[in-house]
Write a protein that binds this ligand. Sequence first.
Ligand SMILES: *[C@@H]1O[C@H](CO)[C@@H](O)[C@H](O)[C@H]1NC(C)=O
Ligand SMILES: *[C@@H]1O[C@H](CO)[C@@H](O)[C@H](O)[C@H]1NC(C)=O
Ligand SMILES: *[C@@H]1O[C@H](CO)[C@@H](O)[C@H](O)[C@H]1NC(C)=O
Ligand SMILES: *[C@@H]1O[C@H](CO)[C@@H](O)[C@H](O)[C@H]1NC(C)=O
Ligand SMILES: *[C@@H]1O[C@H](CO)[C@@H](O)[C@H](O)[C@H]1NC(C)=O
Ligand SMILES: *[C@@H]1O[C@H](CO)[C@@H](O)[C@H](O)[C@H]1NC(C)=O
Ligand SMILES: *[C@@H]1O[C@H](CO)[C@@H](O)[C@H](O)[C@H]1NC(C)=O
Length: 651
Amino acid sequence: MLFSRFVRSGLLPVLLSRGLLATAAPDPCAKVAGLQFADPADAIACQKSFPFNETLRQNVLTVVSRVFDFFTFEDFYLNSPSPFQESTTNIRADIARINSTHYATDYDFNRDLWDFTTQLNDGHTRWFPNCYNSYQNLLPAPIVILDKGIFITPDAVEFLNQLGPGFIAFFAAKKFNWQRLAGAKVLTIGGLPASVYIDNIARTVSGNYLDHNVRVNSVVSSYRIVNTDFSQRLGDLAGPLFLTQTSLKFSLIPVNSTTPEVVDVPFVSDFIGAPFTDGPSYWANNCAANDQTNGVDLRSGSSVSRSQPRLARAALMDPAGQPKTAVGLPGPFLPNLPPTNGSTGVIKSFILPGNKTGVMFVGSFEGDFAQFPLDVDAAVKQFKASGVTNLLIDVTNNGGGFVCLGLFLHLFLSGSQIGLPGFQSTSRANPLAQKIVKAGIEQGHDDTISFYTPDNWLFLNGTQMPLDFDYNDPFSSCCRKRSQSADFSALRGLTTWLFLSSSIHVVIRTGVPDPNVTIPTTPPFDLNKVAIIGNGNCASTCSLFTTLMFERHQTKIAVFGGNPLQQIQYKGMAGNQVLEWADLDTEIKTAGLKNDPLAPPDLYGLEHASQLEKRFLDEKLPIAYVSEQPQFRFPYTAETYNNPQKVWLFA
Ligand SMILES: *[C@@H]1O[C@H](CO)[C@@H](O)[C@H](O)[C@H]1NC(C)=O
Ligand SMILES: *[C@@H]1O[C@H](CO)[C@@H](O)[C@H](O)[C@H]1NC(C)=O
Ligand SMILES: *[C@@H]1O[C@H](CO)[C@@H](O)[C@H](O)[C@H]1NC(C)=O
Ligand SMILES: *[C@@H]1O[C@H](CO)[C@@H](O)[C@H](O)[C@H]1NC(C)=O
Ligand SMILES: *[C@@H]1O[C@H](CO)[C@@H](O)[C@H](O)[C@H]1NC(C)=O
Ligand SMILES: *[C@@H]1O[C@H](CO)[C@@H](O)[C@H](O)[C@H]1NC(C)=O
Ligand SMILES: *[C@@H]1O[C@H](CO)[C@@H](O)[C@H](O)[C@H]1NC(C)=O
């Protein structure tokens, strides 16, 4: 043990004789350096070459524990309401367990923290250590659940060939013919009935969504929009981020065969981190803290322009969806209808043959904030000009984005007469959060420098709070007595309506987020002729949007896919303002509270895109815990699972 630790930290030549050095294992990171596609066993050996470090554990767990003080849902985890029991856990007991477990390597410590946060099944509350998210493990056998059973994706060859010659050469060198598996019927995976194995991945690997069957849809391959392009997701069985597996055994029946056979399918590790040449440079470039890891004190003024209001965002973080690893939707399955105006961004709109139905595929609420309203307006104008009367909105794999844009879309479709277009929300007034609000008021901060300042909030009557209104103070009398969690039962008149940035005030007051877009006073389409489809992977702002449509207009919603024997929700992970670690740290530093005993320290060991966050939510039972099932469910078929246009025609 000690021996290998010293080898890896480079001290061996000083401490041991040359004879011993000669037999020492070479640096496992040097073996995979420069390879785009590496053998998973080799990549794991590199990642496991860094010894466990108690100093790092204390630093990381102190940050994690103090960030959880801001976590709105903590109490709900102790006894998660039906049908979300699978996520039940005692967060503080988990942290204490990880604090006292013996780990051999830094990888093992991070893996445990990764598993714990992943299994909270809340995509806003994750631990993403770049150090161990530097590869994506790819299995050349992505799966789909279709009307006729579970299959290797029939388009696997067209789909995976896009990964390029290095990917193909890797398997050719192993003499492994993955191409012949495309479309095979899958009987068992990992020695278990296929659906049981899928349930296990949904339970332990997928995370992000409270609803189990929504996670089943994350396990399998599906179509989506990444940035502004059509794409196909590998699914969590075939594209996990944390390297653990080297191969996976299937029993399957290939296309045109009737005989089941057992095939052990190898994984390949696709490098998505920062380049390195050996262990020390791997650590320096992928693991050590850099200037993005922690927050900054914005009062110093230099780093961020104060003229930009801090816009509320609620989105799923999907590092595996970054352009480097995103694979396009193969050409034959792209829509061949001409897109309408307003289709260059995250929204792709089409008019189905006959001009009766317009389709808006809303891929996310991210991207170009100003362009989104213009695109909605342009598509609806063209729909109207063509005589469209029915609107179909596809939110498949919509990971959320700017809260304001979700509310804008709801308002635009509802007409401005609907009034305030969102939900009431609340904040967790823990003692440090209360100090942040007070410090901001004392120093005269506004929403150009902080998310916490009162001008980011509205009263229930829609009026913006004055800069000196301490909205977190009244909470203290009610909440401190019970727990310091958000108080969902006692929202009173003086509490807030929604945590929003100043631009939404414009939407609410005048109905116009952009001077060039006019919100219709009445709905542009009969709301009974608006329908929403998706695969339940509709996160954060997307779930706020679909819940608003469902609860206020009883909009018809259909969910495709999932395990047909289990119920499914039409959305997941409803949330409001979400801050990543660096943003929360910026709030604390800008309030001048970094030296407060309650404040988390800087992360100094690892560069983490941590998304442990605080957020503000809605009244009584938060939307995330309200069970709402779609009125319609359909299986995907071999024709539709990767073909949005065929899904729309069917719908
Ligand atoms: C972890 O345990 C140590 C004692 O071994 C304690 O000092 C520290 O506060 C604990 N950290 C957390 C985050 O609970
Ligand atoms: C299966 O058989 C059909 C009909 O003979 C043929 O067109 C197709 O190419 C075969 N597919 C594979 C994967 O062998
Ligand atoms: C589409 O956009 C173009 C360019 O802005 C515009 O001239 C045209 O009128 C639009 N078409 C419809 C149907 O709105
Ligand atoms: C649909 O609308 C387009 C554009 O307005 C028009 O050119 C076309 O003739 C219409 N088609 C039908 C079937 O009405
Ligand atoms: C809205 O409510 C706040 C707090 O109760 C109050 O101070 C304000 O005057 C109200 N605004 C309007 C326009 O009614
Ligand atoms: C909105 O309209 C104004 C003129 O009224 C124009 O200057 C501006 O460029 C337009 N903005 C966009 C995003 O089209
Ligand atoms: C543990 O990590 C800390 C912080 O990066 C570092 O200063 C220390 O040298 C490490 N300890 C060992 C034994 O490597």
